[in-house]
Design a protein around this ligand. Structure first.
Ligand code: NOJ
Ligand code: CA
Length: 716
């Protein structure tokens, strides 16, 4: 009773106290994007966002449901939410305009130009502080929550000298769990969405294109969703989510810098969304201690697809590179002992019949010779170490030790041979998703790599996360992935994580994270197929957070030629596969097919050999999500350009003016195009025509991609 009356007295006093004039706005540098912060009559924080005069986010609430920890947890007075009763106590503004150089990337320099607004809030019933930091860019918005340090606990103030809650009665926020983040994304309309269902364990879905309001009824029946037992219990979608408003405006929702925090899904509510974090084994969605902060929630806008693809907002919201020396980090083109296992022809596990075990010494030598002959940096060998024979689906804590080879894999000898050939072996760690086992073994595993000269590792997280009950995208798992990246960086090891969390631009801070899978990759061409438009969607969704190890380059579309019982064709043409080396940006690129499938088509293979995976400049010439995209890039430090175009099942005709080329210079263009009869998914998928011609910046090229196809051009 006594407490209640105190709360009542305080709210009447402070409801009338005008501390800061609301609403508060912040404009982008060009003045055409604007975020507005406001408080409702009951002190609920809200924001809205407009882009070039159009409402992108209508007024939407911000806040959290929380549970205090420690002694606080037993105090019934402690408020369980950070959603209402807030007053605005301070507003700070800043501007940034700086250009930074990524260690690798789509261009050599990136400009970060934004205006910043920090709103400092105090919950007047508790004295708890929560700030929201907004950064407004010409093309979008980022905002994050910040919980300041409570060193000065008990002295939360409205304005100097004016106490909100009397001394001794504040409820400082120190240790707490997140029950749910309650960030709303209220939309002014019912947009079209390119979405995959939210899942605690996987992102390996095909996309659905529907109105937002249709998502709940399609959720469980979405492609591949019937195979999952780990969908979110209520209909949610994964980010990066691509939306198209009825006006044509494109809007991308995602997050940046997800550090020490759970991954956010978006819960569908009519045509609106609300954040829905991934829980851990206890059901908690985060364990925080002040000072702390959330990842950035991001909104990227554009009139054209190219505007979304050219945005660097996600990288700009991440911290600068944390490494003093990055000279050891480099782009990697690789081949590997991989596709025969994915197609089902060979095994990861040791078989006494060496022809059935892909990682046998003879087969690896064959790949090392091939890599050396054709200029590849590395050879990936999966299934080299013991454990695969007693692993999948068995939910064992400790399966792999990451150091003991199978008897037919000559670990030392092959590394010596690779060195002689001027290539490296790429390490493979299947963690069996036993994150604790991997951490226990990490020092020995990385130690072996250092001793033998491996400089990169592909780490996989197949299966349910162990310890049991945890999830792939919980705060704990996210911390694990970053721990491995940091430990690898200490030892100058580059990392490519598969089945790990979807990226949020952390490769800016940790550029040794050269790749992630975290989406449905080429392997699914063997596991039931990808849709022909899949790679026209991924650049707008999965790639917004960082590069993908998509593993393109399948030349033999008829999988029965690789694995006799697999009666299936892949869902692109051969030239469509070539295009992916340009359209799916990654500093790590695999030529995923078998050496013999390249040796039969060395003229087309030349494009994969030539195409770099690090760039000075990139131009998005045309891009319609779900239909087609054409990108041209300038090779790092060279006057050479590479262009790729990928389309969906309908084919695409493009007219490209080569005005990106240096004026007054003539280049030799080598055009790798679908033959007129080339079609995805059938026996003509591998038909192509290669032509060479002299071109200048005045040349206009008419290029045709056949259904499920594409084309690629090198300009030298
Ligand atoms: C799934 C990965 O994506 C794939 O590349 C790998 O070969 C398998 N896991 C084996 O663990
Ligand atoms: Ca389409």
């Amino acid at each position: 009773m006594k407490n209640l009356s105190i709360v009542f007295a305080l709210s009447t006093v402070f409801a009338s106290a005008v501390l800061w004039a609301e609403p508060v706005t912040c404009l982008s540098p060009d003045g055409r994007a604007v975020v507005t912060f406001d408080l409702t009559a009951v002190g609920e924080p809200t924001y809205s966002f407009a882009f070039r005069g159009e409402t992108v986010i209508a007024p939407s609430k911000l806040g959290f449901d929380i549970k205090a920890l420690g002694a606080d947890a037993f105090d019934g007075r402690k408020a369980a939410d950070l959603r209402r009763d807030f007053v605005l106590t301070d507003v700070k503004r800043a501007t940034a305009d700086e250009t930074w150089k990524p260690v690798w990337g789509e261009e050599k320099e990136i400009r970060d130009h934004h205006n910043e607004l920090l709103v400092a809030l105090v919950q007047k019933t508790t004295g708890r502080r929560m700030n929201v930091r907004f950064r407004v860019f010409d093309e979008g918005l980022g905002f994050r929550y910040e919980f300041p340090s409570e060193e000065d606990k008990g002295v939360a103030r409205l304005v100097p000298g004016q106490q909100i809650v009397p001394q001794g009665q504040t409820q400082p926020l120190t240790h707490f769990t997140i029950v749910e983040e309650r960030t709303r994304f209220n939309l002014p309309c019912d947009p079209l969405a390119w979405w995959i269902p939210a899942d605690y364990e996987t992102q390996e879905y095909r996309y659905t294109n529907s109105k937002v309001t249709e998502i709940p009824s399609l959720f469980k029946g979405a492609p591949d969703a019937n195979l999952s037992t780990t969908l979110t219990p209520v209909p949610c979608v994964q980010t990066a989510l691509m939306l198209k408003y009825p006006s044509g405006l494109l809007v991308n929702l995602h997050e940046a810098a997800c550090v020490d925090y759970a991954t956010m899904h978006l819960k569908v509510d009519g045509h609106d969304f609300e954040s829905y974090l991934t829980p851990d084994a206890t059901g908690a969605k985060g364990w925080l201690q002040t000072p702390c902060r959330s990842p950035w929630r991001t909104v990227i806008c554009g009139a054209k697809g190219a505007d979304i693809l050219s945005s660097r907002l996600t990288l700009n919201l991440n911290e600068p590179c944390a490494l003093a020396d990055t000279s050891w980090i480099h782009p990697v083109k690789y081949v590997g002992v991989w596709w025969t296992m994915i197609t089902g022809a060979k095994n990861w596990a040791y078989k006494p019949d060496p022809t059935m075990h892909a990682a046998n010494t003879t087969n690896v030598i064959r790949h090392l010779d091939f890599a050396a002959e054709h200029g590849f940096d590395e050879v990936l060998v999966e299934g080299w170490n013991i454990g695969f024979e007693d692993w999948f689906g068995k939910e064992k804590d400790a399966v792999f030790d990451f150091v003991t080879p199978y008897p037919d894999f000559d670990l030392e000898g092959l590394n010596a041979y690779a060195k002689k050939k001027g290539v490296k072996l790429m390490m493979y760690h299947e963690t069996s998703a036993s994150t604790r086992n991997y951490e226990r073994c990490l020092d020995a595993a990385y130690g072996l790599m250092k001793r033998l000269g491996y400089d990169s590792v592909k780490a996989g997280y197949v299966g349910n996360i162990l310890p049991h009950g945890d999830h792939h995208y919980s705060q704990w798992s996210n911390n694990h992935y970053l721990y491995c990246i940091k430990e690898a960086a200490k030892r100058q090891i580059m990392v490519n994580q598969h089945e790990a969390v979807r990226p949020t631009g952390l490769c800016r801070t940790w550029p040794n994270l050269i790749g992630n899978e975290s989406a449905r990759g080429t392997e699914y061409e063997s596991f039931g197929g990808n849709n022909p438009d899949h790679t026209t969607i991924l650049p707008f969704t999965r790639l917004i957070g960082g590069p993908m190890d998509y593993t393109p380059g399948i030349f033999e579309a008829d999988l029965s030629k690789v694995c006799s019982w697999k009666k299936q064709f892949i869902s692109t043409t051969l030239c469509g596969q070539l295009a992916l080396y340009v359209t799916m940006y990654s500093p790590l690129q695999m030529a995923a097919d078998l050496p013999e499938n390249y040796e039969k088509r060395l003229d087309a293979f030349q494009f994969i050999k030539d195409v770099p995976c690090d760039w000075d400049e990139t131009r998005y010439l045309e891009a319609e999500i779900g239909d087609y995209l054409t990108i041209v890039r300038k090779a790092k430090g060279k006057d050479e350009w590479y262009m790729g175009s990928k389309c969906d099942e309908n084919g695409h005709k493009a007219k490209i003016t080569c005005d990106f080329l240096t004026s007054g210079k003539t280049y030799t263009a080598t055009i790798y195009a679908d033959a007129p009869e080339a079609r995805y998914g059938g026996p003509t998928a591998d038909r192509y025509v290669i032509t060479k011609r002299e071109v200048t910046r005045e040349t206009v090229l008419d290029l045709v991609a056949q259904p499920g196809g594409g084309w690629a051009v090198s300009f030298k």
